[in-house]
Design a protein around this ligand. Structure first.
Ligand code: FES
Ligand SMILES: [Fe+2]
Length: 408
């Protein structure tokens, strides 16, 4: 009789592709700035990594989803899909903005389904599910369910639309899908010193352009934050006024980044001599003289992007969809007094045209970058010093990865 050989178990846990990608991101981020390189392509192209990032970074942090001017009156709402959740941001009255799930507590229907031609923004008195007409108040509580009056479980106390953790900071509504992020004021308090002068909560949104983007959300964040690409992508728009070589980045902060894009010396001299430059709208009251000498880009990590000038703020709403796909809304916020200026309509249409042009410059680059990242021949290349924001962003990602791995 022969005895069967029992194979000895392999005790070493094989490293998965995901583990390798996480390690490679951390190793890349650990290099000093002088040796910095782009992230491994899988950080932008691998769906398993995207899924990990969604669960462990994007859902766990604060993401901006609306500006308060879009929600000025009771019942005003903005709907969006974010990381697989169908969401309604609503002014529910008494100065309260809520972020509600649109998933009906009955059988899961979207109570404002775009498939049923619901608008992405508007005003409503309540939410009524199209399927069986369950009705919810603006606070998400169940108000009624046809033919179920006597059902003991169908009550306002027991059922409603899920409310997500939300906060308003600098006039923007943020959501934290996991519900356990640090308070937003603590995370971004260092930015208040810069942004308070713009009084963003009092600004008006005058343009809101939507883009379906065939690239990873980090391709856009990196593109937005680094000024090196002025020499290429924006050589006719930004490079002549804010040349790449004059741009500089603030020292590292845990949850945000600031990159300064100063005007050329000639333009700055004109401003100092009392000739305003690049002011199409009314500048914000209360700015410092130095605020007129540059534009500034901000990242409130992981994905809130602000492009700030004396007379405007461009706020980007990012909605990562998959490894190689995202949606963005690029918006223009200005001081409401600007609307009364003579020629305002013409000024606005010129500005929206310009905004479309420079956004397109970026979007086309980002789409082509994503294609390159999918190539088997691509090896991450060295970064220019002007790409310091990319290196800082790598370090942010690495901190999140390491915190997750150590169970913090
Ligand atoms: S699924 Fe909404 S009322 Fe039935
Ligand atoms: Fe750009």
């Amino acid at each position: 009789m022969t005895s069967a050989t029992i194979p000895s178990p392999d005790l070493a846990v094989p490293e998965t592709t995901l583990d390798r990608t996480l390690s490679e991101i951390c190793n890349t981020a650990a290099k000093p700035l002088a040796e910095a390189r782009a992230l491994p392509a899988k950080a932008f192209t691998d769906q398993h990594y995207f899924n990990w990032e969604s669960e462990h970074i994007l859902k766990r942090q604060w993401l901006s989803i609306a500006h308060v001017s879009q929600l000025a009156n009771k019942g005003d709402y903005v709907n969006l899909e974010l990381l697989g959740e169908r969401i309604s941001v609503v002014n529910s009255g008494e100065n309260t903005i809520r972020v509600l799930s649109r998933v009906c507590a009955h059988r899961g229907m979207d109570v404002m389904a775009p498939e049923f031609e619901h608008q992405q923004a508007g005003n409503c008195k309540q939410y009524r599910c199209p399927y069986h007409h369950w009705v919810y108040g603006l606070d998400g509580k169940l108000k009624g369910a046809p033919l179920m009056k006597d059902h003991p479980e169908v009550t306002e106390q027991t059922l409603g639309l899920h409310e997500f953790n939300s906060a308003v900071w600098q006039g923007l509504v943020f959501v934290n899908l996991s519900g356990d992020a640090q308070p937003i004021n603590e995370q971004f308090s260092g930015l208040d010193d810069y942004l308070d002068r713009w009084q963003m909560a009092g600004l008006t949104m005058v343009a809101d352009l939507g883009w379906d983007c065939p690239f990873n959300w980090k391709v856009l964040v990196e593109n937005f934050m680094e000024p090196y690409h002025h020499v290429g992508a924006h050589h006719t728009t930004f490079q002549p006024m804010m040349p790449a070589q004059g741009c500089w980045t603030d020292e590292e902060n845990t949850h945000f980044q600031i990159c300064h894009l100063p005007f050329t010396e000639q333009i700055q001299q004109k401003v100092i001599d009392g000739e305003p430059q690049y002011l199409s709208f009314k500048p914000m009251p209360g700015l410092l003289p130095s605020d007129f000498l540059e534009w500034t880009v901000y990242l409130a990590a992981p994905a809130t992007l602000l492009f700030v000038a004396a007379d405007r703020i461009y706020w980007y709403r990012l909605q990562p969809v998959a490894a190689g796909e995202m949606q963005i809304r690029t918006t223009l916020l200005i001081h409401p007094d600007s609307l009364a200026a003579p020629e305002y309509e013409k000024t606005l249409s010129d500005e929206v045209e310009l905004m479309r042009k420079f956004h397109l410059e970026d979007m086309e680059m980002c789409g082509a970058v994503q294609s390159g990242l999918r190539s088997e021949t691509y090896t991450p290349g060295p970064l220019n010093q002007l790409e310091q924001p990319i290196w800082l962003f790598q370090r942010y990602l690495a901190r999140q990865i390491e915190a997750e791995r150590s169970g913090k």
